[in-house]
Design a protein around this ligand. Structure first.
Ligand SMILES: Cc1cc2nc3c(=O)[nH]c(=O)nc-3n(C[C@H](O)[C@H](O)[C@H](O)COP(=O)(O)OP(=O)(O)OC[C@H]3O[C@@H](n4cnc5c(N)ncnc54)[C@H](O)[C@@H]3O)c2cc1C
Length: 398
C-alpha cells in the first residue's frame, strides 16, 4: 500500500515567524482609504474600482512578484498571499487586480529575455496592465485541454479564431495572456498537447478582430465574453515553444489557486470579525446573542477552519516559492480556503439575522463575492477529482 501523504514529505519548512508584517501594515493602511461605502457604490453601479487599483499599483503592491532587475520588488508568492489576505480581510476586493500577480508566473518562467525586457519594466511602473487571463470557453468549460479557439501561423503572425467566456478585466487591461490551440485536438499525442500561450495586446486587438461583450453577473467582476475573428497576433508574442502552452499555464494556475485561496482567507477573517463584533453587542432575550452556543460555536468552527486552511495556503506558497511541485498543495489550499470562507459567510449572515440581508451591512455583498470561489477559477468538484486521481491514484472520472 502506498502512502498518499506525498505532499507532506516534501514540504519546506514554513517560516511562521515571518508573517510579512512589513507588507501587511501598509496594505491595511491603504485599504482603510477605501471603506465599505466605496465598494457598496461600485457594486451597485457595477463599476470598476479604478481608484483602488491605481493606488495599489502606485504603492508597488501589484509589482511585488516582478524581479528587482525589472523594477519590481522581487518578493515571493508568500508575500503576495499576505497582500491579498489583507485586502480581503479589510473588506476590499482584490479581484479587480489579482491577475497581474498570477499571470506573472507564465511570463517570468517561460517568457523570453526580450519579452521580459519589453513588458516587465512598464508593468512594474504601472504604465502597462497585464490583468486578463483568457482560458475558459463556452463549449468546453472545465475541460480546458479540449478548448477550441485556434491560432494558425501565417507568416510572421498567428491568426486567432474562436470564442472565450468569463474573461475578466479585459476592459481594464492592456495585455491578455491567451491560451489557444495551435494543433488540432485529434492530432496531438497527449490531451494537454497542441495548446500555446500568447500575449495579446488589447490596445490594438479590440475592434481589429477582437470583440468584447461585458457580462453582468451576481457580483461586480468586470467579466466579459470574447469573440476572435481572424485576430492577428505577432509571432514574437508567442510565449515559449508552440504546443507546450498548457504546461506553462499550469504555473499560473497554481499561483492563481494559491492567491485566490489567500483572498478566501481574508474574506473568512472579515466575516468572523464582523460576526464576533455583532454577537458581542446584539442583545436579544436580555443577553448578547454570542452567549448562545448556537451562535458562538459556528463562529468558533469557522475560525478553526480558517486557521487550518491558512496554514495550507502558506505551505503551498512556500513550495511554489521554492520552485518545487505544488499542484497538490495549491489545490488543497484553494479547496480548504474556499470552503472556510463560504462557511464563514453563511455563519455571518445567520449571526446577523435579518440585518445580514441589508445592503448597508455589506455582508450580503461579501457573501455573494465569496460564493464565486466554489466555481472559479476552478470548481470544488474539479479539485476533488484532482485529489482523487492525482494524489490518491483513484480511477479517473473523465
Ligand atoms: C465571475 C467569473 C469570473 C471568471 N473569470 C475568468 C477569467 O478571467 N479567465 C478565465 O479563463 N475564466 C474565468 N472564469 C471561468 C471559470 O474559471 C469557470 O467558470 C470555471 O472554471 C468552471 O467552468 P464552467 O463555468 O464552464 O463550468 P462547467 O465546466 O460547465 O461545470 C459546471 C458544473 O459541473 C461540474 N463538473 C463539470 N465536470 C465535472 C466532473 N467531471 N466531475 C464532477 N463535476 C463536474 C463543475 O464542478 C461545475 O459545478 C470566471 C468565471 C466567473 C463566474
Amino acid at each position: 500500500m502506498s502512502a498518499p501523504w506525498r505532499g507532506a514529505d516534501r514540504a519546506p519548512v514554513i517560516d511562521l515567524a515571518d508573517d510579512h508584517a512589513d507588507v501587511r501594515e501598509p496594505v491595511r493602511a491603504l485599504c482603510a482609504r477605501y471603506p465599505a461605502a466605496y465598494w457598496r457604490d461600485k457594486d451597485r453601479a457595477r463599476t470598476y474600482p479604478t481608484e483602488f487599483v491605481a493606488a495599489l499599483s502606485e504603492a508597488g503592491f501589484l509589482a511585488s512578484l516582478i524581479p528587482q532587475e525589472y523594477g519590481g520588488s522581487g518578493l515571493g508568492l508568500d508575500a503576495a498571499v499576505a497582500i491579498l489576505e489583507e485586502i480581503h480581510g479589510s473588506g476590499c476586493n482584490g479581484a479587480a487586480c489579482h491577475a497581474q500577480m498570477y499571470t506573472m508566473a507564465t511570463l517570468l518562467n517561460h517568457g523570453s529575455a526580450a519579452q521580459k525586457a519589453a513588458y516587465l519594466p512598464a508593468i512594474a511602473k504601472g504604465t502597462l496592465r497585464l490583468q486578463a487571463f483568457g482560458v475558459t470557453e463556452p463549449t468546453t468549460g472545465s475541460d480546458t485541454t479540449q478548448l477550441k479557439t485556434t491560432a494558425r501561423r501565417v507568416g510572421d503572425h498567428y491568426r486567432i479564431n474562436g470564442q472565450k467566456v468569463w474573461i475578466s478585466r479585459v476592459e481594464h487591461s492592456d495585455l491578455m495572456l491567451l491560451l489557444a490551440r495551435t494543433t488540432p485536438a485529434d492530432q496531438v499525442r497527449k490531451r494537454s498537447g497542441g495548446l500555446s500561450v500568447f500575449l495579446v495586446d488589447l490596445r490594438t486587438a479590440v475592434g481589429n478582430g477582437l470583440t468584447v461583450r461585458p457580462i453582468r453577473t451576481m457580483i461586480n467582476h468586470a467579466t466579459t465574453e470574447l469573440f476572435f475573428d481572424d485576430l492577428a497576433v505577432p509571432a514574437a508574442n508567442l510565449i515559449g515553444v508552440e504546443g507546450e502552452g498548457f504546461g506553462y499555464i499550469l504555473d499560473s494556475m497554481n499561483a492563481e489557486r494559491i492567491l485566490i485561496a489567500a483572498e478566501c482567507i481574508g474574506d473568512a477573517r472579515w466575516f468572523i470579525a464582523r460576526a464576533s463584533d455583532y454577537a458581542r453587542t446584539r442583545s436579544v432575550f436580555g443577553r448578547p446573542i454570542g452567549a448562545n452556543q448556537g451562535i458562538q460555536f459556528p463562529i468558533a468552527r469557522a475560525y478553526a477552519a480558517t486557521a487550518a486552511a491558512a496554514l495550507v495556503v502558506r505551505q503551498a506558497a512556500a513550495l511554489f516559492d521554492a520552485g518545487m511541485p505544488c499542484g497538490e498543495q495549491a489545490n488543497l489550499a484553494k479547496l480548504l480556503a474556499a470552503d472556510a470562507s463560504w462557511q464563514a459567510a453563511d455563519m455571518c449572515v445567520q449571526t446577523h439575522g435579518g440585518f445580514g440581508f441589508a445592503e448597508e451591512y455589506d455582508i450580503e455583498r461579501k457573501f455573494r463575492e465569496t460564493r464565486l470561489y466554489q466555481i472559479a477559477p476552478v470548481s470544488t468538484n474539479l479539485i476533488l477529482a484532482y485529489i482523487g486521481q492525482h494524489v490518491l491514484d483513484l480511477p479517473r472520472s473523465y
